[in-house]
Design a protein around this ligand. Structure first.
Ligand code: GRF
Length: 196
């Protein structure tokens, strides 16, 4: 079974939806570990509750980002991790991880990229007055939310929408779309590794 890691920095509702999908076997892969960079993040308790090993890597404990990512990479290799799903991981992935996991790292972003990249995408959409925004799952490259798009789903922005109400709608879409998209991607990854 394919082994993957989730990287997260915050609440971890997407992490929860992914591990729930593995428990239901809608996602037939093993979430073998959680990488987190924030000691107080709620996602840590979610992982512990489900007996998923958690590894905390704080950038400030390393001389630079290359060393930081090398330490993460060693952990991923130790666990035979084949794929990485970023779920609210608030850091750009650097060359060390990108080179080792080329086309094997995806991210979920709360807008229809290329609109509203970067931080506060939901707030940006409300401020821009768009009537439709959404969710994007994309491969990671060296840019900020610029990698090739894998899946998207639109979310309507109603009149009088607030950041909070829109966030709730976006999260509801994310929690279905991310596990489904990972299932499709993992199937392709599995087929590729058995066809050689
Ligand atoms: C999600 O909205 C995701 O699109 C963005 O960060 C948020 C993470 O939320 N990248 P959660 O921690 O999964 O609840």
């Amino acid at each position: 079974m394919l082994k993957f890691a989730v990287f997260a920095s915050g609440s971890g509702s997407n992490f929860q939806s992914i591990i729930d999908a593995t428990a239901r076997k809608d996602l037939e892969a093993e979430c073998a570990l959680l990488i987190c960079d924030q000691p107080e993040a709620k996602v840590i308790s979610r992982a512990k509750k489900h007996n998923i090993p958690v590894f905390l890597f704080e950038l400030k404990h390393y001389p630079n980002k290359v060393n930081y990512e090398q330490a993460i990479l060693e952990k991923l290799q130790q666990f035979d991790i084949q794929f990485i799903a970023l779920a609210g991981y608030m850091r750009l992935i650097g060359s060390t991880l990108l080179q080792s996991y080329e086309r094997k790292i995806v991210n979920i972003h709360p807008s229809l990229l290329p609109s509203f990249p970067g931080l506060n995408a939901i707030e940006q959409a409300i401020e821009a007055g768009v009537k439709v925004t959404g969710v994007t799952i994309h491969y990671i490259d060296s840019g900020m939310d610029t990698g090739p798009i894998v899946a998207q789903q639109a979310v309507k922005v109603c009149d009088n929408e607030t950041e909070k109400t829109l966030q709730r709608k976006i999260h509801a879409v994310e929690h279905v779309l991310y596990p489904q998209t990972l299932a499709t991607l993992f199937q392709t990854t599995g087929e590729a590794s058995t066809s050689t």
